[in-house]
Design a protein around this ligand. Structure first.
Ligand code: SF4
Length: 232
């Protein structure tokens, strides 16, 4: 079965979350069941871009990954959109046989058995400012599907106080999972580094005032370096 692919690019560094800084090839799939208000990858979400998405076999995707990575088995990041919409098991199986590792990020709205085959699963439930509502029963199915096999991390985007409270509640619900907080990108059209820095400092201050010490606060490094461009 073919996989809808919005873009394949890299290697470059992972710009956010648990693998920040790690050399990675990205496979961004097309399509998402959410429409977050601040989505910065609409080209992989909105069906008006679907003609740009290429239907590719797992073999062809992996051939492109190998070409980009120069055959060096590095981390492959599966993102979207929501990559859980697709059947990525064949790609993961092919890559694992050749020593590549797979990280996947999803909002946790669709569970797939093959989550257990991943090396790293980042669950990124969307806070109130996204305009979406988390279905916790589905989210728990994602955790169950992972079956304690991949390393699992939570990543939550924070726009405002309400989102911050949401993140605290999520961490209280899943205290054993490592959690990464990421300031929301306010400047989707025109990059505003100063505004991003201020938002990051606001979030750091809140975390410190609360003595919430088992959390990590990270910027979107790739946005600070390259802005909101595709393919970096
Ligand atoms: S879940 Fe992610 S990709 Fe989908 S709309 Fe929200 S931010 Fe965009």
């Amino acid at each position: 079965m073919n996989i809808k692919v919005s873009e394949i690019f890299g290697p470059t560094i992972q710009g956010e979350g648990a693998l920040i800084g790690q050399p990675t090839v990205f496979v961004r799939t097309g399509g998402c069941d959410y429409r977050c208000s601040w989505c910065d990858t609409l080209h992989a979400v909105d069906s008006k871009y679907r003609h740009d998405w290429k239907a590719m076999s797992a073999v062809d995707i992996f051939a492109r990954i190998k070409e980009l990575s120069g055959n060096a088995p590095l981390m492959i990041s599966l993102s979207g959109g929501n990559p859980a919409i697709q059947d990525l098991k064949p790609l993961i199986d092919i890559g694992h046989k050749q020593g590549y590792k797979f990280a996947l990020e999803t909002q946790g709205s669709i569970a797939k058995d093959w989550f257990a085959d991943l090396d790293i699963l980042t669950l990124s439930p969307k806070p109130p400012s996204s305009g979406e509502k988390t279905n916790w029963a589905e989210f728990d199915k994602c955790l169950k599907a992972a079956d304690n096999n991949p390393e699992i991390a939570l990543k939550i985007v924070i726009m405002n106080d309400e989102d911050y409270t949401y993140a605290k509640d999520v961490h209280a619900k899943y205290p054993k999972l490592s959690i990464y907080l990421q300031p929301a990108n306010h400047s989707l059209e025109n990059l505003d580094i100063d505004g991003m820095n201020k938002h990051m400092l606001w979030l750091i201050n809140k975390v410190m005032q609360d003595k919430w010490f088992n959390v990590r606060v990270l910027p979107q490094l790739h946005v600070m370096l390259w802005g909101n461009k595709k393919g970096v």
